[in-house]
Ligand binder design. Sequence first.
Ligand code: 2RA
Length: 329
Amino acid sequence: MKVAVVGATGLVGSKMLQVLTERNFPVTELIPVASEKSVGKEVTFKGKAYKVVTAETAISMRPNVALFSAGGSISLEWAPKFAAAGITVIDNSSAWRMDPSKKLVVPEINGKTLTPEDKIIANPNCSTIQMVLVLDPLHALYGINRVVVSTYQSVTGTGVKAVNQLMNERKGVTGEMAYAYPIDLNVIPQIDVFLDNGYTKEEMKMVNETKKIMGDERIRVTATTVRIPVMGGHSESVNIEFEKDFDLAAVRSVLEKAPGVIVVDDPSRQQYPMPKDAHERDEVFVGRIRRDETQPNTLNMWIVADNLRKGAATNAVQIAEYLNQKQWL
Ligand code: 2RA
């Protein structure tokens, strides 16, 4: 199968190539796509060198599927052109996520809603993916009323420039800044731009995407999203109020059985999820599971995942795997 990766030289694009290799996706030809300034450069995939081409050239090469991770404006312009040529697009930008005519997919939750007619499929935001994977099985049992989430997000979510900023600051070297402030030895309570309601775009992604993926507009989510000087993954403190009461042992057992979720929760041995352990893993890790003793039917937990993998590349490749298994590509 011919696979185009649009934004192949970025952090998520490179991770897509790694995940396609590791999961042995049946790629017969890779078509790496990047901006004009990268055209002609080479990208190595499974030991073979492929030349970077423009989006226009990629369409003429007729890939079966195109994985996009080159930013919203590239997706808005090019995804419809790929789709019009019959190429299925799996898009990691925010361009199509809330478009009512497009599916926003986490395969374990709503993969089955996909049809052969879906030609542009949206991959959700990283911080949303890891949260809904844990919320969904609990919602089915206890019904979620409200979620209060605070995030602790890795600089890799911003891209190469932010990783360089952190590393330069650690070495005491002056360089290009991805953020308005230093990130090393600091915490920045702003991810993406501010909106009119005082929340950031990242916060509203968590509010709106959760409802769409879980297919329930009644779930109320309020979020504070924060950048921290960490690289391995995003962490989230999540408080969940349910309609029905729950049994803690049953919650643990449901999460232990949930696909793609690993419970790491043993306070007696100081065992809980941390980004350094989630790094380069495809699963979402949950721990610190405990009752909120200040009000009924409410649970606290801590969720960690590698934002470049399940939060981006792995989820996109899993969507491609599902479509391939259905023979829709
Ligand atoms: C971030 N959620 O971590 C974004 C990446 N999509 O900045």
